[in-house]
Design a protein. Structure first.
Length: 134
């Protein structure tokens, strides 16, 4: 369980990120499904570099859903436009190249209920630490 964080900041500029490092916590929320694997590998190396010694990376991203035939859910996911949506095993594989995964879970976001058709998104949740040499 994480201690209560008393302050934080949202940073979207690479210059500000470099100046603010190292960080105790970095959260990526629904961005990896927009990034190709080569770029993702480079960005994860940068995240690892700016994460503090005991820092935590929380990765949240939508999951590819195999075999879901429900029209409204498929339409919603298609409208999201991320072309690199992965299965949880695929996100895990990419993250394990850079971090030690300390928690992995699937979280369901309920969006709407229309005529008994539940529209939701399943998201991967991975909590990670930087792998340190033994």
């Amino acid at each position: 369980m994480h201690p209560v964080f008393t302050h934080g900041q949202f940073i979207a500029s690479k210059d500000k990120v470099k100046k603010g490092a190292p960080f105790d916590l970095i959260v990526t929320d629904c961005c990896f499904h927009h990034i190709d694997d080569i770029t993702l590998h480079k960005e994860l190396n940068e995240v690892k570099r700016i994460l503090g010694m005991n820092g935590t990376l929380i990765m949240i991203d939508i999951l590819f859903s195999k075999g879901d035939t429900q029209f409204l859910r498929k339409l919603f996911r298609k409208s999201e436009l991320g072309v690199h949506v992965k299965l949880i095993e695929d996100y895990q594989e990419r993250m394990e190249q850079h971090f030690e995964i300390t928690r992995i879970d699937i979280v369901r976001s309920h969006l709407s209920l229309i005529k008994n058709n539940l529209i939701y998104n399943n998201s991967a949740f991975l909590e990670c630490k930087v792998m340190r040499p033994s």
